[in-house]
Design a protein around this ligand. Structure first.
Ligand SMILES: Cc1cc2nc3c(=O)[nH]c(=O)nc-3n(C[C@H](O)[C@H](O)[C@H](O)COP(=O)(O)OP(=O)(O)OC[C@H]3O[C@@H](n4cnc5c(N)ncnc54)[C@H](O)[C@@H]3O)c2cc1C
Length: 428
């Protein structure tokens, strides 16, 4: 066991470099695996067991060809309608509005086409090989157990695309997304349980899904330990940069952990940690919910997104998961499970004979930046601290490529893609 005051860095003492990764969600766990496999003595710190943040209960979609950011032209006009609908896709807790207002304003500004195009290109470069990247991290056996490659189906109730949707299609065309438009009868052929209420379908062929996102993160954490990494269960209370530029983290339990380099991958809580180093990042949480109906299997083959209701239904190993909604209320407010129950209303209207059962409910904090793309960057003036957070709606998909970039930044290796879009300074 480590001493009372200082926890030694993990792994065999062969590498001159030691690293601490804060956050054992999918992003931190993937970074930790990459660093440990590269021979870096790595310690992963989280106050929860691995895979218990947003990475546990999400919809599990590996949206490799997702190139459409959340803020799009025309969306602002829909916001008032959403806000007054209790089952609508967006809810702002009024008491939190003054705190969220600056972020919401940046989000509105991110819907300009110049930003939309920049975000789409960045998403394309980060996510395009997501499934292969996840498979490489998990290994063949665990990939066969956890990953499915049946694409993702988007379905619309509306007969014609509105302006926002049209921009999405334009971006998909521009980035060569492999897709197929479906008529109502083709939708029924692909997913026979869907109710005949959808007029248009789009099959995104290169998407896939995880049948248990939490299991996937726990598996990454096991691989990390097998590669010599150590996990410390505690909360990081403060960060000190020492005179020799190494970092010391003070933990809630009164102990400290020390290393040459630090990766902040603490999801929606990351901005609080970055602020301790003087970085001001406009990170907000878009809280999301799920209802999972246990024991349902073979009901549908792939994640199905009811686009007009922003509700996604994914066949998971444990049952049928209905996920979605965005609630702006901050990371500290207790969950409001009425939001999860509202998802069930949409679910019941999506299928002809929706399986019944006592659902389990969950809330998770998506770590969101206004332009829908993460920060993967060194801290200005502190090159031994790397930021890796802000993956918003696409963290399961983006984590493996993020981890590869973090490893290469860490080891000063050449990076095989342009990462300028992921700089923290874009918000300066
Ligand atoms: C309803 C819903 C559906 C979603 N569906 C999808 C999907 O289909 N596909 C997809 O790609 N993405 C999806 N997402 C998004 C995805 O879940 C997130 O982007 C991703 O999980 C973020 O991962 P993370 O590792 O950054 O954060 P998290 O998983 O939240 O992990 C952060 C960790 O940091 C720890 N931490 C924070 N502060 C400290 C501290 N001070 N000290 C120690 N530890 C700390 C936390 O305990 C936590 O474990 C969805 C999200 C939601 C909510």
């Amino acid at each position: 066991m480590p001493s009372a005051t200082e926890i030694p860095a993990a792994g065999p003492d062969t590498s001159p470099e030691t690293a601490i990764v804060v956050g054992a969600g999918v992003v931190g766990s993937a970074c930790a695996v990459q660093l440990a496999r590269a021979g870096v003595r790595t310690t992963l710190v989280d106050w929860q067991d691995p895979g218990n943040g947003a990475s546990s209960g999400n919809a599990g979609s590996l949206s490799a060809q997702s190139v459409v950011p959340i803020a799009l032209p025309g969306m602002l006009r829909q916001v008032p309608k959403w806000l007054i609908d209790p089952a609508g896709p967006l809810h702002v807790r009024w008491s939190y509005l003054p705190k969220a207002a600056p972020w919401l304003w940046k989000w509105v500004r991110a819907s300009r086409m110049s930003t939309v195009h920049r975000s789409a290109a960045a998403l394309h470069s980060l996510l395009d090989t997501a499934i292969e990247d996840f498979e490489e991290l998990l290994g063949p056996e665990e990939s066969a157990r956890l990953i499915r490659r049946h694409g993702q189906l988007l379905v619309w109730r509306s007969a014609r695309p509105d302006r926002t949707e049209a921009v999405g299609h334009q971006l998909r065309e521009l980035h060569g997304v492999e897709m197929e438009w479906l008529t109502p009868s083709e939708i029924a052929e692909l997913e026979p349980e869907l109710a005949p209420v959808f007029s248009r379908g789009l099959l995104l062929k290169r998407h896939g899904h995880l049948v248990d996102p939490q299991d996937a993160v726990q598996t990454l954490a096991r691989h990390f330990r097998s590669a010599g990494g150590a996990f410390v269960k505690d909360r990081v209370a403060d960060i000190d940069v020492c005179a020799d530029r190494t970092v010391a983290l003070r933990l809630d339990g009164g102990r400290s952990v020390h290393a040459h380099r630090l990766v902040i991958a603490a999801g929606a809580w990351s901005a609080r940690l970055a602020a301790k180093l003087g970085c001001r990042i406009p990170l907000e949480t878009e809280r999301g919910y799920h209802a999972t109906i246990p024991g349902v299997s073979g009901f549908c083959t792939r994640p199905i997104m009811d686009v007009n209701n922003s509700t996604i239904v994914t066949p998971m190993a444990s049952g049928l998961r209905i996920a979605g909604t965005v609630e702006i209320a901050g990371v500290d407010a207790p969950p409001d499970y009425r939001r999860a129950k509202a998802l069930l209303t949409h679910y019941h209207s999506m299928f002809s004979h929706p399986p019944a059962g006592e659902p389990t409910y969950w809330m998770g904090c998506r770590p969101s930046l206004p332009d829908s793309i993460p920060i993967i960057d060194r801290v200005e003036g502190l090159p031994n601290v790397i930021l890796a957070f802000g993956h918003g709606h696409l963290g399961m998909t983006g984590a493996p490529a993020t981890a590869r970039i973090v490893r290469d930044l860490f080891l000063d290796r050449p990076i095989n893609m342009d990462i300028s879009a992921f700089r923290a300074s874009r918000f300066a």
